[in-house]
Design a protein around this ligand. Sequence first.
Ligand SMILES: [Zn+2]
Length: 256
Amino acid sequence: MAERIETQAIVLQRFAFGESSQVVHLLTRALGRVVVMARGAWRAKNGYEGPLDLLVRGTVSLSLVHGRELALLTGRKVETAYPRLRSDLARHGAACHVLARILHFEPVGAGAGAFPLVDRALEAIETVDRARLPLLLLAFDARLADLHGLRPDVDQCVRCGSPRKLARFVASAGGIVCVACVEQRDEGAAIDARSAALLRDVATTPLRQLPDPPPATLSRARRLLDLHLEWHADALLAAPRARARPSTRRSSRGLR
Ligand SMILES: [Zn+2]
C-alpha cells in the first residue's frame, strides 16, 4: 500500500532515466533526502513543471511504498529557483558548496532536519553582501556539523577539560588539545583564541550579528573546520542511520 506525502523539497541531483524520465535526489522538509522517479519529466506535458533542475525549491507530492528506497514523484509546484544564485558567479559558487556538503553529509534515509538549514542558507546566499559569503559558508558548515552532533569542541581541552593554554586543534580528537595533553603523534593545526571564538560564534550567533573577522582569523577557522569535517565524514558515512540527531532548532535559525 503506497503512502502519499506532500512536502517542500529542494533538488540536489538528477539523472536521466530511459527516454523521458529522471531519477532525482530531493532534500525534503518531511523526510530528509529521498530518491524519486519522475516519469515523463522530459515530455512536453508533465506534472512537475519539469524537467527537474538543481537547486529549485517546490512543493512535491510523493508516493512511497514501504521497503522501497525509490519513491514516485506524482507532482511538483515550483516555489523558487533562487534566481540570484544563477546570475552571479560568487553566489553560484557558494550554493555549489552547500550542495556538495549536503550530498556528502546527508545520506538517503537519514531523516529530516537539514532542509531548513539549506533553504535558509540558499536564501541568505542570494541576498547577503558578496564579501560576507565566506563567513556565511563557515556558519553553514558549523551548523551542519552541529546537526550531526559533530560540533568541534573549542572552549576547553577535549582530553582534560582545562580551558587554558590550548595548543592544537586535533580533528581526530574532536577539538582542541591543551599544551599539557598534546602528544607527539597528534596531527593537528595550530589554533589561536580568535579562531576558536569564531568557530564557536558562527554556530550559535545569527550571521547579521557577527562582525567581519580579520581575514587571517577567518581563513584559519575555515581550515580547522575543513579538517574537522574531513576527518568525521568517513565515520559519519560508515554509520549514518545509527547516529542520534540532536535538536535542530538552534542549527536552523539565524543564518541571515
Ligand atoms: Zn588538556
